[in-house]
Design a protein. Structure first.
Length: 137
């Protein structure tokens, strides 16, 4: 897999509806994962979207999720730029440059779903997510 750059949108409880709408608009394959399926099955956000991804026939990738519990939904700050792929050296290099002089919200480290993931805001105030998956064998 090559590295890719795509938008990641945040929603205030209506991520499912929004992502299904984008699926109707663009076509493609939509995958939705809830907070409940990811371990928070008893919480009030169990049926909300922890991660959604739409991949279209035209090559677009759009990701989105409901704002996680404990984080504030603030219109105008409802996006992150997501970098993902399996080229660890390349993606770690991007992470180092993007996080330098900025702030790290989630350190770049192994996560419960098996990938290496981190979140930072660069020195210009742009939020970034970096996800490094295992290389395909």
């Amino acid at each position: 897999m090559t590295s890719r750059l795509n938008p990641y949108l945040s929603f205030d409880g209506d991520a499912r509806q929004a992502m299904e709408f984008y699926e109707q608009v663009f076509g493609g394959t939509l995958a939705l994962n809830t907070f409940g399926a990811s371990g928070d099955s008893d919480g009030p956000h169990a049926d909300k979207i922890m991660h959604g991804m739409l991949e279209t026939p035209g090559g677009f990738t759009l990701m989105g999720a409901d704002t996680p519990p404990g984080m504030e939904y603030s219109p105008g700050n409802t996006f992150s730029v997501s970098l993902s792929g399996d080229d660890e050296a390349e993606l770690r290099g991007y992470w180092e440059k993007l996080s330098a002089g900025g702030s790290v919200a989630v350190p770049l480290e192994k996560q419960m779903w098996g990938d290496v993931f981190g979140m930072c805001t660069d020195r210009f105030g742009v939020p970034w997510m970096v996800n490094i998956s295992e290389p395909a064998s």
